[in-house]
Design a binder for this molecule. Structure first.
Ligand SMILES: [Zn+2]
Length: 122
């Protein structure tokens, strides 16, 4: 197995393969991993969904930081990144908030402030 992996971790393919990784439920050997990748799988509970979410999280923030840096380098001034699903800057309405929710709680303090100020919500 070590020869098949050229002595390198099956995940990062950079660090030396020093751990025999196995499925903790079945005990089946999966591959040889480096110290960090083996520990990382355990930290993420071997859950592919959590691992993908972590990968998306890191990729999103890395790209966001690059966009901000590029905008600054191009002299576009301060740029605020927006997470997917957030309303655009200046919007007071959250996505999906238009009267379809059956939830009676979770109203934003902004909605309460607008109601108290006499503004129509919509
Ligand atoms: Zn590795």
């Amino acid at each position: 197995m070590l020869r098949d992996q050229d002595g390198l971790c099956a995940i990062c393919r950079v660090a030396p393969a020093v751990h025999v990784d196995h499925d903790h439920e079945t005990g089946a050997v999966r591959a040889l991993l480096c110290f960090n990748c083996n520990g990382g799988l355990g930290q993420f509970r071997d859950d592919p969904d959590v691992l993908r979410a972590a990968a998306d999280y890191v990729a999103f923030h890395t790209l966001s930081q690059r966009v901000v840096a590029l905008a600054a380098a191009a002299g576009l001034g301060p740029v605020r990144t927006v997470r997917l699903g957030e309303p655009p800057v200046g919007s007071h309405r959250r996505p999906g908030a238009r009267g379809t929710s059956t939830r009676g709680i979770g109203r934003s303090s902004g909605a309460r402030r607008r109601e108290q100020a006499g503004e129509a919500d919509g």
